[in-house]
Design a protein around this ligand. Structure first.
Ligand code: IPE
Ligand code: IPE
Ligand code: MG
Length: 245
């Protein structure tokens, strides 16, 4: 799939990715799961480069779910160390390529060194404007919605919101993704066809692209294929085809 087969006027503003299959990819080559996660960092770098070159404005990547705390402690520790090491080594490249880094999820519950490196990277890249990389860490959609409901309840208590008058905008502005447009496209790798508690509110009208490719094998060509698939869809938003003309 070549870049010039894409319609430059219909590049999605926001693409979200469930990066899956690191463990199976590693196992298939007789390696341990962590080797798969380490190799997956190259895929993140390549995908970010491709997205930026295509003019995608937001790229959200599901890196660690609230459910992933249930994994063996050694894998969790390895993932957290990988996160800190990758953030540190990538900060200069993020600055050079004008990439802004944001996070969604309850990051305060991550180990202290992770929180600190994420805050440092967010601060150092805050003025960058080419593309925003959103890392979903200690994220799940239900957890995000619960935290949002608690904030809305506080607003009601303070008289800033009136029960019966809560609108879509009031909810969106309290989600972790406030100020981030909804993704038009969701990609999931590794052949699984599920959402796994990711962006349930925000994906309401996203197009879904599933590929069998394991995340460590995912490259720009696969990202371009996903965008081509997206561009082949007719997005009707509840209307009829005839109404769209
Ligand atoms: C995705 O790959 C990375 C994370 C969830 C952190 P997996 O680790 O889920 O790999 P599989 O799905 O077990 O192959
Ligand atoms: C989803 O992958 C979470 C991330 C990619 C971080 P999982 O591998 O944890 O999801 P399930 O358990 O297969 O649904
Ligand atoms: Mg998985």
């Amino acid at each position: 799939m070549a870049v010039n087969s894409l319609d430059p006027r219909r590049i999605p503003r926001h693409v979200a990715i469930i990066m899956d299959g690191n463990g199976r990819w590693a196992k298939a080559q007789g390696e341990n799961r962590l080797f798969g996660h380490v190799s997956g960092v190259d895929s993140v770098r390549e995908t970010l480069k491709c997205a930026r070159e295509l003019g995608v404005e937001f790229l959200t990547m599901y890196a660690f779910s609230t459910e992933n705390w249930g994994r063996p402690q050694s894998e969790i520790d390895g993932l957290m160390q990988l996160l800190v090491a990758s953030i540190h080594s990538e900060i200069p490249a993020l600055c050079e390529k004008k990439v802004r880094l944001l996070t969604i999820g309850d990051i305060q519950q991550l180990p202290k060194d992770c929180v600190e490196s994420l805050q440092e990277a967010a601060l150092k890249t805050s003025k960058n404007y080419e593309i925003t990389l959103v890392l979903a860490l200690n994220y799940s959609s239900r957890d995000e919605i619960i935290r949002t409901c608690n904030r809305l309840a506080e607003k009601v208590k303070k008289g800033m919101l009136i029960p019966g008058e809560i609108r879509q905008h009031d909810i969106e502005s309290e989600l972790d993704t406030a100020h981030i447009p909804d993704p038009e496209l969701l990609i999931r790798t590794s052949g699984e066809h599920r959402i796994s508690n990711f962006l349930l509110w925000q994906l309401a009208y996203a197009e879904m692209h599933f590929t069998k490719v394991f995340w460590p094998d995912f490259r720009g060509e696969h990202f371009i294929a996903a965008i081509a698939d997206y561009q082949s869809r007719e997005r009707r938003f509840g209307k009829t085809s005839e109404q769209l003309i």
